[in-house]
Design a protein around this ligand. Structure first.
Ligand code: TMP
Length: 205
């Protein structure tokens, strides 16, 4: 089973991904947490190029294909073998990030972005996706408190607003897979809701 976490910066994805992993391990499942971009050697290089290299003015199209290259390698070498082995993989961002950031955010042709994003996942589709939804202002405040700022985080407020709205739209289109969670709450309350949705999915009636 592949479970992905999505949301704007500062929405608490990695915290919730790790808490869910602990919960599932406690129930005896074989589970791993990973993230995009940034898995493995290629992923680390790509992450640095896209998010840290301030001298590089990447074009939106170049950015799109770098995120997709990261995913293609990640899926083939890490995610797919684990899924085939019956394990649970929790991924902090997946192809919905490409659709939302490069499609709605960078305004690249949506058909191309959709195609590239899904092709890079090699036909692997998340079984369950949690959209951690919270106001942009709140997310950016949390980010500042955390202190690690990437190039993407420095985009203007309007860009982050487009991202938030893009996520809301895709969640409406796929309500079975994408569960929108109110992330403007304390960590344990968000965690509890996520655990109950995962439990429901793991043991269907
Ligand atoms: P994060 O790992 O700290 O969330 O940073 C990843 C950044 O990269 C975040 O701003 C979202 C962005 N991103 C895209 O624009 N497209 C993608 O396909 C992915 C995976 C991430």
């Amino acid at each position: 089973m592949l479970i992905t976490f999505e949301g704007i910066e500062g929405s608490g994805k990695s915290t919730q991904a790790n808490l869910l992993s602990e919960f599932l391990s406690g129930k005896g499942y074989e589970v791993t947490v990973t993230r995009e971009p940034g898995w493995g050697h290629l992923g680390n290089l790509i992450r640095t190029i896209i998010l840290d290299e301030r001298k590089l003015a990447l074009t939106p199209m170049a950015e799109l294909f770098l995120f997709c290259a990261d995913r293609a390698q990640h899926v083939k070498d890490f995610i797919e073998p684990r899924l085939k082995n019956g394990e649970i993989v929790i991924c902090d961002r997946f192809y919905d990030s490409t659709i939302v950031y490069q499609g709605y955010g960078r305004k690249l042709d949506m058909r191309l972005v959709n195609k590239a994003a899904k092709a890079s996942a090699l036909d692997v589709t998340p079984d369950l996706t949690f959209l951690l939804n919270l106001p942009v202002r709140e997310g950016l405040t949390r980010l500042k408190e955390r202190g690690s700022i990437t190039k993407m985080d420095e985009e203007p407020h309007e860009f982050h607003e487009l991202i938030r709205q893009g996520y809301i739209l895709i969640a409406r289109r796929e309500p079975e897979r994408i569960k929108s969670i109110n992330a403007d709450r304390e960590i344990p309350a968000v965690h509890e809701e996520i655990c109950s949705l995962v439990t429901e999915r793991l043991s269907p009636q």
